[in-house]
Design a protein around this ligand. Structure first.
Ligand code: SAH
Length: 404
């Protein structure tokens, strides 16, 4: 039995799943599932204690009669899958890429899983999820029957979770070692096609969390000159083209991403999902977004999209990250045409929505611009935010009008 120090139990009783060692009164001698109680002995939850994890105690079940054994994990996966029924039943095939397990927000610690067409990508960021991986893989196999499941540990968490950097491949639930590079697969999102090489690319290979925001920008780009900053494989670029942009300049620091972006534009033009001539309206460069914003001329772009990687990796680096977000957005506000639209994103979980807004206000002041917030957006519904776990809200997107 693990006792929580008096005063530290409030969020846990409200189903916050993380307990750090400072909140624990008596560290148990053995790792594993323990009953977790308040200082005065009231049941809180069943939790997994693992001193090697950077979160030593992870709460799993708040119901005393439900012990988190293998069947609990199996059922948790099944429930997460059932909650994505609308995606699975999308018979028109309009969208074939979506998140099927969103970690703690789906009550499954340390597991992110994306469906990418006939492929499932599982990313493990907690020791407990690593230990349970065969149960998770079997459950996904039985529920989804994908062609392949690729599971890997999240490199960003390997050091703090004492996990190795590993990738495992499963076909029909059986592990195998691939002998050659996989053929590309094609996924569809809101009617547009993207290719992915299974097992390569960033994160799971595709960022499904921006799906709805990509569609939103179509309303702002008719006849516009657009900059897609940190474009990856073209999520926003393709939607800008479909929305009638006059031209798009896409910038990403990854040469592979830029190459893939251009081939995605070609593919959609060939398939008729983008209008003829789309390819001629796009230029793409492997470049640094800060450098790009410094060097582009003023008053050229009507719409700018800024979707940088996580600039704040941890709370500790928050101050530096705020400065980076401020500079990036200041430069965009300075360079954009007056009346232009800035779509600005932050996927840093440790930077709150309010803090991001404050940073944008600093940028506006330094750029000498009036800024109107037109839309306040976040992550797509397959990446739910769990109210008891504010950390699950990580993507903040503002659509701004910049007036100078
Ligand atoms: N907008 C994309 C997702 C962007 S993810 C989409 O809709 O799919 C962030 C991207 O920023 C990654 O592709 C990464 O390669 C790129 N990136 C990282 N640092 C960068 C930098 N300094 N300049 C430009 N791109 C950068």
């Amino acid at each position: 039995m693990i006792r929580i120090r008096a005063g530290k139990e409030k969020n846990l009783l409200r189903h916050h799943p993380w307990v750090f060692s400072g909140a624990i009164e008596n560290e148990p001698s053995e790792a594993g599932i323990h009953e977790v109680v308040t200082d005065d002995g009231r049941f809180i939850a069943w939790g997994c204690y693992d001193p090697q994890s950077h979160i030593v105690l992870r709460l799993l079940s708040w119901d005393k009669s439900v012990f988190p054994d293998e069947d609990w994990w199996k059922d948790a996966v099944r429930q997460a899958v059932l909650r994505r029924r609308s995606f699975l039943e999308d018979k028109a095939g309009d969208t074939t890429a979506f998140r099927i397990i969103h970690g703690e927000a789906d009550m499954i610690p340390g597991v992110a899983a994306d469906v990418l067409g006939r492929l499932v990508r599982v990313i493990v960021s907690a020791r407990i999820a690593w230990d349970m991986r065969s149960v998770i893989v079997d459950a996904l196999e039985n529920l989804l029957h994908p062609e392949m499941i690729i599971l890997n540990t999240d490199t960003a968490f390997c050091a703090i979770e004492h996990l190795h950097e590993v990738t495992e491949y499963y076909r029909h639930g059986v592990r195998f070692t691939p002998s050659e590079r996989f053929d590309d697969i094609r996924i569809r999102e809101r009617g547009l096609y993207y290719t992915i090489t299974p097992g390569s690319g960033q994160k799971s290979g595709f960022y499904c969390d921006q799906r709805e925001n990509r569609v939103r920008i179509e309303n702002y780009v008719k006849d516009a000159v657009v900059l897609d900053g940190c474009s990856y494989t073209g999520g926003f670029t393709l939607h800008a083209l479909r929305g009638g942009a006059k031209s798009v300049f896409a910038v990403d620091s990854s040469a592979d991403a830029v190459h893939r972006l251009l081939s995605n534009v070609n593919l959609n033009e060939e398939l008729g999902t983008l209008p003829p001539g789309s390819r001629d309206r796009v230029t793409a460069a492997k470049a640094d977004i800060f450098e790009t914003l410094r060097s582009i001329p003023r008053n050229t772009y009507d719409v700018m999209i800024l979707d940088p990687p996580k600039l704040a990796q941890t709370i500790k680096s928050l101050d530096n990250a705020k400065r980076a977000y401020k500079d990036l957005n200041r430069m965009a506000m300075e360079k954009i045409r007056s009346g232009g639209i800035l779509v600005t994103c932050s996927c840093s979980g440790s930077l709150s929505r309010e803090e991001f807004r404050t940073v944008l206000a600093w940028s506006a002041k330094d750029a000498g611009a009036e800024v109107q917030v037109l839309e306040t957006l976040g992550q797509a519904q397959d990446h739910p935010v769990r109210l008891s776990f504010p950390e699950s809200e990580y993507l903040k997107v503002f659509i701004l009008r910049i007036i100078k």
